[in-house]
Design a protein around this ligand. Sequence first.
Ligand code: SAM
Length: 230
Amino acid sequence: LLREEDFTAPGRARLTGRRQRHVLEVHRAEVGDELVVGLLGGSVGRGRVTSLEDGLHLEVVLDQPPPPKLPLTLVLALPRPKVLNRTLAAATSLGVASIYLVNAWKVEKSYWKSPRLSEENLLEQRILGLEQARDTVLPALHLRRLLRPFAEEELAGIVQGTTALLAHPGVPGPCPRDAGGPVVLVIGPEGGFIPAEVELLSRSGCRPVNLGERILRVETAVAALTGRLF
Ligand code: SAM
């Protein structure tokens, strides 16, 4: 994924650091090879490797739009830091349009102090997801440290005109198989939502649904539900 500052001239870019290593080590690129490239927030296209001296030099043609986003807003109880990274990258690669990281009773307070919540890390994980999926458009990301005001004031508005689902194991309602329009999907923390939170989120318009008797890890639940709905 290229940024404006990677361009040394129109149609010419130079990569260093992680992206250079990725291209050389994972794709084993050599001079003359073509890669799929995209411009962060912009188009997708091809880059031909022209030199490996002092960085990876590319001749770039960007002529395709990025893949469309899913009309999916993910409301995710803040997972533990290690899981946060994987989940953000996975949700981004799946094409989620917007992500809210919210608090819940079973979210440990220390998670909110993790360096993984730095702007830099939150951006990096989403960029990894974009690169994986050959996408260029970041999902919007919002942090909400208080669940009740978020649920009562903001979520009630966000769910308007959508199918709003609260994934919660053990409830009778099965998760629908087809979204058929925009969806808001609420996923709980590793320890699950407590009954008062299920009630609060239901009052805000989210319908509790289960995904079967297997209890999935947070990032697996995000992928399974998204795959089922879209
Ligand atoms: N012990 C927790 C519970 O019973 O709620 C398990 C939480 S699970 C590791 C993390 C989150 O993934 C859940 O809060 C829920 O949002 C989602 N999830 C995982 N498995 C699910 C299932 N079978 N049905 C619905 N949601 C599920």
